[in-house]
Design a protein around this ligand. Sequence first.
Ligand code: DQQ
Length: 535
Amino acid sequence: PPSTISNRTAFHFQAFKNWINDPNGPMYYNGVYHLFYQFNPKQPIWGNIIWAHSVSKDLINWKPLKPAIYPTGPFDINGCWSGSATILPGNKPAILYTGIDSDNRQVQNIAFPKNLSDPYLQDWVKPDYNPVISPDHGINSSAFRDPTTAWPGSDGRWRLVVGSRRDSQGMAILYSSEDFRTWRMEHNPLHVINGTGMWECPDFFPVSSKPFEGVDNSVHSNGLKHVFKVSLDVDRYEYYTIGTYDYARESYVPDGLSSDNNTGLRFDYGNFYASKTFYDGAKRRRILLGWSNESDSNQDDWAKGWAGIHTIPRALWLSKNGRQVVQWPVHEVKKLRHKHVAVYGKKLSPGDIFEIQGIQASQADVEVTFDASSSLENAEQFDPSWTNPQKLCSEKGEGTKGGVSFGLYVLATGDKRERTSVFFRIFKAKKRHVVLFCHDPTRSSFNSRLYKPIYGGFVDVEIQNHGKISLRSLIDHSVVESFAAGGKTCITSRVYPSFASGSNARLFAFNNGDGEVEISQLKAWEMRKPYINGI
Ligand code: DQQ
């Protein structure tokens, strides 16, 4: 069976119809959250790209407005691609975005609100002096896009970076400006890495070590850590590092401390791309938005009439040990919770599958803490050569019995022939245990035309100290967004159940391991449907 209307998400951001991709220029301005996004007004496939525009008071309900930025001049006549917003002194927003010009070159353009007293900033004007940044100095004009939010450097001049590559060297080219109009390329890029290919949608921002808090892009202070993220066109995943912004040298220096030897961590180990953060001045937090592409076929997208969603906005901060960021859905999403069920102290013996009944589990928020302390001795030996968590999840997929392995079946049918597995597998290494977190959609649907990748990430916790691990999953018809260990490892998957939809979708907890595992606590809420872009 093809994916159908029943697979449409209910509380995730999406367009009324047609194609959406990257979140663009998110900002909080005078009491309103603005979100722009890459949109094809005509079809449910990529093309004819403009900036659609929605506004919100709570990041959950979204009012659609008319498109904000669309081709109007030689500097963007072939498309208006991704970019960012900066709020200039005097409380004046500016947008910088990539235009595809009349020669099909990628150039950077600026746009300003026409009328600052319009609370929704519906009309945007593009000055005649566009483009403001062109691919000069030997820059590859088909690999030059996605300007970041700007920040003031130590000399007071504005800085921003544009994603690019020179041959296979990925780079974030640095520009500076006195007046936000005339931009000069700095001799040294902010950051480069050989062999990584085109850097799309770079993001660079200071990060707070206080849980749930954020720091504005303009803040300078000693010891303040920065995050640098890119979306890699070569593998379609995003990678970030934590490091220091050297103001004097105008360069970013990664710490080299991240658990994976600095080759890059991931905000999300699943279907998540072209993300962007912004500083929310109202609640003093940094918020991350990402695009989650469809993983059904084009044929299915034409039948559905829509493609692409954004993930639930997440607050993002630095973990206690400073080695990674932590993410958590914004608290506003809890407004959608209503009817709920709870389970306490439920023991799962090896092979047990336990149904959590009483809510409609196709549109739900589940928070669970598992206690595996009595089972840790059963953990399989970890082989240090297992450095690829995604591969490990595939090799030890959801059907693999033994060791320590437990989790949830979400979007499952009563007979469990359809199910998406969200699970942990715990291994014993030399000094500590290793926690692997996986999404396995292998059995998620009877539709044979789906892309069903298994995703995985390691979770940086000391489970041997207490045996407990928490999991939260936001389940919304065709998306499962999971947060392990309070948001240390996140995975998003798109799944299209043929039968486990609407009131037929069930929720189970399972134990595939050799020892007992307890559900210390589980709460599952049905979620209400907010108003999103007309639906
Ligand atoms: N999407 C935009 C580009 C960006 C890519 C085009 C990333 O600006 O590099 O729709 O998904």
